[in-house]
Design a protein around this ligand. Structure first.
Ligand code: CMC
Length: 391
């Protein structure tokens, strides 16, 4: 198998092997995050994601991803207050969100809102670090407001303005529900935002780097990543996991359902990963969070069903290296907080925007437009038959 790196890749090389899905093909040098798929290890700038989920906040983790180091107390305080200042949306953007169809998916509404922001805050010069940083702050600050506003407005409620006295996670929950979350709910949301914030060269991050490499504006960069995240093989899987659990219904039906699915080569949603060949460490963190939440109440049936499915599916698919991924337990956690299913992927986006923008800034430091090759399998030198002579 031909292995190639960015350094030795060049026109003098033998024709490369085509790898569907770019599996194992490096597309950038990056210092932002690291995965060891055999050891269930995910690090952001060298720090284990489990540690960050326990000890850090989304704001601090975002800074770490963007800047490469943990912030000083002063840096974090300034960053946090900048995020709070930029949470508000212009009233015209709220008006625009009001006009969107209530039945539309919130991921599409998020793209519409982000595109509108790009029109209000146009930037042409990608070489100005201050302007780039301003765009990053606006994106991280405003995505939760767009998601919450669409959710409120589609139900006929007023959009709730952000509260400056609340942190990022608590404010998002408040804008959705008009209720201030308890410290334990706040911690769960914050930890969910942390574990979803970055994940090396996944499809949506690659999208952001490809769009960024054209020197497109940062709102467009994030919008292309949002569109990529929406698909059911990527961020959209967390919604599908709950659909699947509901379809299975009860623990007694789990074994038969899974065997039938495997027989018919149906994908088990929330299972499998290109890189992890063991249980995704983020799934472990989210399961711990779920256990922690349910310790105060009784465990919902759907959680017990998921645990049973994990047990049986691991027996069937584990030998192929297929285990629960981040999406397997996240939906159960969100659902238990009363968050509607179609907001699961938008919540993924309001977290992953930190990773996308970190990759955008990294891409700009040493940019070259992405222009990969194809292996042409079509026809050459075909005659043109005029329309009148065609049947
Ligand atoms: N259930 C059953 N079989 C599976 C699954 C699954 N979830 N995932 C992979 N396989 C099998 C697949 O059928 C194939 O078998 P065979 O070699 O016999 O044809 C083999 O494993 C390789 O699968 P693949 O689809 O070629 O693997 P990939 O690396 O291209 O895809 C994946 C990775 C995540 C898209 C895939 O595992 C999948 O579709 N999982 C279900 C959707 C899902 O949960 N997505 C969330 C991913 S994690 C969060 C994120 O990154 O957004």
């Amino acid at each position: 198998m031909l292995r190639f790196t960015l350094k030795n890749w060049g026109p003098t090389m033998a024709e490369p092997e085509y790898r569907p899905g770019l599996a194992d093909v490096p597309v950038a040098e990056s210092a932002i995050s690291f995965i060891d798929g055999k050891r269930a290890r995910l690090e952001y700038r060298g720090i284990a994601v489990e540690t960050l989920a326990k000890e850090s906040s989304f704001e601090e983790t975002s800074w770490l991803l963007l800047k490469g180091e943990l912030p000083t107390q002063k840096q974090l305080a300034t960053f946090d207050s900048q995020l709070r200042v930029h949470r508000r949306l212009k009233y015209k953007i709220i008006d625009l969100i009001k006009c969107l169809p209530e039945s539309g998916h919130p991921m599409d509404a998020l793209q519409a809102g982000v595109a509108a922001c790009g029109m209000f805050y146009p930037t042409k010069d990608r070489t100005d670090p201050e302007k780039n940083w301003e765009a990053v702050i606006r994106l991280i600050a405003k995505l939760p407001t767009i998601v919450a506003a669409f959710h409120r407005l589609r139900r006929g409620d007023e959009a709730i303005p952000p509260r400056d006295d609340l942190g990022h996670a608590a404010n998002f929950y408040y804008m959705l529900t008009e209720e201030e979350p308890s410290p334990s709910i706040t911690k769960v949301i914050d930890a969910c935002l942390i574990v979803h914030a970055e994940h090396t060269m996944n499809a949506s991050t690659f999208s952001s780097r490809v769009t960024g490499s054209t020197l497109a504006n940062p709102f467009t960069v994030v919008n292309s990543a949002i569109g990529t995240l929406a698909g059911p093989l990527h961020g959209g899987a967390n919604e599908e996991v709950l659909d699947m659990l509901e379809e299975i219904g009860t623990a007694e039906k789990a074994k038969g359902w899974l065997e039938d699915a495997v027989l018919h080569k149906k994908k088990i949603m929330g299972f499998g990963h290109r890189v992890y060949k063991v249980k995704d460490p983020r799934a472990t963190v989210l399961q711990e969070l779920a256990e922690h939440m349910f310790a105060e109440t009784s465990k919902p049936e759907i959680y017990n069903l998921a645990v049973e499915i994990e047990r049986i599916a691991t027996g069937i698919l584990g030998p192929k290296g297929i285990f629960p991924n981040v999406d397997f337990y996240s939906g159960i956690v969100y659902q238990s907080m009363g968050i509607p299913r179609d907001l699961f992927t938008p919540i993924f986006a309001i977290s992953r925007v930190a990773g996308w923008t970190a990759h955008w800034l990294e891409q700009l430091k040493n940019n070259r437009i992405f222009r990969p090759e194809q292996i042409f399998v079509g026809k050459n030198d075909q005659p043109y038959t005029p329309l009148g002579k065609r049947p």
